[in-house]
Design a protein around this ligand. Structure first.
Ligand code: NIG
Ligand code: FE
Length: 410
């Protein structure tokens, strides 16, 4: 099957040859072609150029009429498999409770876990599918989804099976992450090591035998899991070939960045508490620093130092953290707006961070994250916009018009 897109006002994020990530000052450059065409063949980007050299229109042709074409967003950190919602905690927060206080009262992650344990696999799939379909309309073409609301072996496996089903039934490119150590279940209070034991000796072998996870994650932060506990989990996960993606330094200088880098994590995520020492460690690594600006916004956290990181020469990725507690939205265009307003990232930097760098953060940079010949034809056509800066600027307007995944319009 072939589709020819013509009269593209700007074809954004054109990278030839392919690259794995962009860092530091390079992040402000976003190569694009004006007045372009793009040919899609068998689900892949086959060729592109400027309209003066447009090929014969033998294929199905779509006239973009000057609108822009972007590679799909890669949302490299989400928790979209969950049951119900937690807007009552949202109100608690308005009334002055902190995220940690809510967690200590048995709210937060434990609240979602209690709901999920009572929800069947089919119902969980149904609820998650609505969110997966929702984010596709926002221009997301690849998404990483974590477990972590099961907390028992059976329920963690249930979550991971739902993620597998989403992989099989949606056109999204999906990576699954096992987050057994998301919060300590109440019954393990006072016996933390027994829970770590359960994660490493019971959950990991079982999910590995079913091939259910691509990555492993730990919430390594104040009030959740320690550096030593994290190290123990990562060491065991490595035996099953699972690379790490760590929740780190959201609530404190937790040592999460250091332990993540020590175990060659694919990414370390959140990073509100990042200082010089953490940046130094990241500079000497292959780990992608990933910022989740909607969580900092929704929980009124301190903002991660994106400018300092880019200034230091680091790459930065952006993701939505879509989850019921700290970021109940998977709208990447709004993530870009928050990155520009609160993190002072330039629109070009934010787009690089949400495409090629976030593709790297979920290890799909070979097939996604840029307009490159041979990559998957996952892209979207915008509504009429005057420039790329308009995308984060018009923060409440849906600017994604038509979405193509695997070469097909959805
Ligand atoms: O990424 N920080 C840890 N986990 C999630 C929040 C999960 C929840 O509150 O349900 C996060 O923010
Ligand atoms: Fe998260």
């Amino acid at each position: 099957m072939e589709v020819l897109l013509v009269n593209i006002g700007q074809l954004i994020q054109v990278r030839e040859p392919a690259l794995t990530m962009v860092k530091g000052a390079e992040m402000a450059h976003l190569p694009s072609i004006s007045n372009a065409w793009l040919l899609v063949k068998d689900g892949k980007i086959s060729d592109y150029g400027t309209m003066e050299n447009c090929p014969e229109r033998s294929a199905e042709t779509y006239d973009c009429k000057g609108r822009f074409v972007f590679p799909s967003w890669c949302d490299s950190h989400t928790h979209i498999v969950y049951a119900g919602s937690r807007e009552s905690e949202f109100v608690d927060k308005i009334n002055g409770l902190s995220y940690e206080e809510i967690a200590r009262r048995g709210g937060g992650i434990l609240n979602s876990a209690a709901r999920l344990q009572q929800t069947s696999e089919d119902e969980l799939y149904r609820q998650a599918l609505v969110r997966a379909e929702e984010i596709m309309t926002y221009g997301t073409g690849a998404v990483e989804i974590k477990s972590g609301y099961g907390l028992s072996t059976e329920d963690e496996i249930k979550m991971l099976r739902v993620i597998r089903r989403l992989k099989e039934t949606t056109p999204l490119t999906i990576k699954a992450t096992f987050l057994g150590a998301h919060a300590l279940p109440a019954e393990y209070k006072g016996n933390r090591s027994a829970f770590i034991q359960k994660v490493t000796q019971e959950m990991l072998p079982q999910l590995a035998s079913e091939g259910l996870a691509d990555f492993v994650d730990v919430f390594c932060d104040k009030g959740f899991f320690t550096v030593d506990e994290t190290a123990e989990i990562l060491e065991n996960a490595a035996k099953y070939g699972l690379q790490a993606k760590i929740h780190a330094n959201e609530l404190d200088y937790s040592g999460g960045i250091q332990v993540g880098v020590k175990f060659d994590a694919r990414s370390v995520d959140h990073l509100e508490y990042t200082g010089e020492e953490e940046m130094e460690v990241l500079l000497n690594s292959n780990t992608m620093p990933t910022l989740l600006p909607s969580t900092a916004f929704f929980l009124r956290l301190k903002q991660p130092p994106a400018r300092e990181m880019i200034q230091a020469g680091l790459p930065v990725a952006l993701a939505s953290d879509y989850n019921p507690g700290s970021s109940p939205s998977g709208r990447m265009q709004f993530i870009l707006s928050l990155a520009c307003v609160n993190l002072r990232m330039l629109p070009e930097e934010a787009i690089n961070a949400a495409t090629i760098n976030s593709a790297y953060a979920m290890n799909v940079q070979q097939e996604l994250g840029s307009i490159t010949k041979g990559k998957k034809a996952n892209l979207f056509v915008s509504h009429e916009i005057p420039s790329i800066a308009f995308l984060p600027y018009a923060f409440g307007t849906q600017l994604v018009d038509k979405v193509m995944l695997n070469g097909r319009w959805i």
